[in-house]
Ligand binder design. Structure first.
Ligand SMILES: Cc1ncc(C[n+]2csc(CCOP(=O)(O)OP(=O)(O)O)c2C)c(N)n1
Ligand SMILES: [Mg+2]
Length: 320
């Protein structure tokens, strides 16, 4: 934990993490009504990774993420109304209602997208970082991916290329210990995820317990080094934990691939509660009240928005 976090930073982090937690709780609540038209991979329990990392970035820095991407989209400043409308399949959605929860994008916020296919945004982010270097732009690119993505060839090709060209990119692995129901301990050979990045000469750091402040300070340092031209890529392994099932709302302990004790141990160090306690009651309450109003308005916006017209089916497609 960073003891010197100032109150402005704490308020910023708490606003971001509380908002994401409550948005996803609302998605969970509404999902059974079938108003949400796409599968949802919730990040409940994992929010602190997106929050700590994105709070350390500039507005025009670039983020890519995964199908579990609500937190990263919102933490980077993606439009909340347009995200909820996208989940509802409405024309006002961030992808005009055509893509759903797994393909969020908000270019104005520097959030370049998410994908349902594991590891695919890693080479896309490396390509973006290559373009930024080529154009001599002072932009840091961040890509979020799960522990499962580290098993894909695309991960290794991307890290190799980024290290070779010393690209301005931060790789953030959200290690929630599982790929669907398969535990990392049954999948991983060798000395761990950081060791894989280090084998390409990339500096790597593991942050324990989803520590928002530690993630914020680590990414601030990495981004500053990159911007000063003192380093190429960095790798962060962010330890975290998913509270609900892999896809969709609700708990999945009945599947027996993980234990109640493990879940309880992670809930006991919940970062939403920890940041609220550090901030103090009156300020935290003010932030919660504001967020609740904004979230209610976003769901209302999605409810009242129109569905896309049938003509939309043939728009924005690739033609042979
Ligand atoms: C290339 C590819 N292989 C398999 C899948 C099926 N799949 C979807 S999610 C997932 C697990 C990924 O786990 P991880 O990267 O740890 O992310 P998490 O879901 O834990 O956030 C798999 C195997 C896929 N979508 N894409
Ligand atoms: Mg995982």
């Amino acid at each position: 934990m960073t003891p010197h976090a100032n109150s402005a930073l704490l308020a910023k982090l708490y606003r971001s993490i509380y908002r994401i937690r409550r948005v996803e709780e609302e998605i969970e609540r509404i999902y059974p009504t079938d108003k949400i038209k796409s599968p949802v991979h919730l990040s409940l329990g994992q929010e602190s990774v997106a929050v700590g990392v994105c709070a350390a970035l500039h507005k025009d820095d670039i983020v890519f993420a995964t199908y579990r991407g609500h937190a990263a989209y919102l933490a980077k400043g993606g439009d909340l109304n347009r995200m909820i409308a996208e989940l509802y399949g409405k024309a006002t959605g961030c992808a005009r209602g055509k893509a759903g929860s797994m393909h969020l994008i908000d270019r104005a916020a520097g959030f370049m997208g998410t994908s349902a296919i594991v590891a695919t945004t890693i080479p896309q982010a490396v390509g973006y970082a290559f373009a930024m270097r080529y154009r001599k732009q002072d932009t840091v690119t961040v890509v979020f991916f799960g522990d499962g993505a580290v098993e894909e060839g695309a991960f290794h090709e991307s890290l190799n290329f980024a290290a070779l060209k010393q690209l301005p990119i931060i790789f953030v692995c959200e290690n929630n210990l599982y790929a669907i129901h398969a535990p990392l301990r049954d999948r991983l050979a060798g000395a761990g995820l950081c060791a894989r990045a280090q084998s390409y000469g990339i500096p790597a750091k593991r942050i324990e317990d989803g520590d928002t402040l530690a993630l914020h300070s680590e990414v601030s340092l990495a981004a500053a080094e990159i911007r000063a031209g003192r380093s190429g890529p960095h790798f962060i392994e962010a330890m975290t934990y998913r509270y609900v099932r892999h896809v969709g709302p609700g708990d999945d302990l009945f599947l027996k691939y993980r234990s109640q004790e493990e879940l309880d141990a992670w809930k006991a160090k919940d970062e939403v509660k920890r940041l609220a306690a550090m901030l103090g009651a009156p300020e935290a309450q003010r932030i919660r009240d504001e967020a609740e109003k904004e979230i209610a308005a976003a769901f209302d916006f999605a409810e009242k928005s129109p569905f896309p017209s049938p003509r939309e089916l043939e728009e924005n497609l690739f033609h042979a």
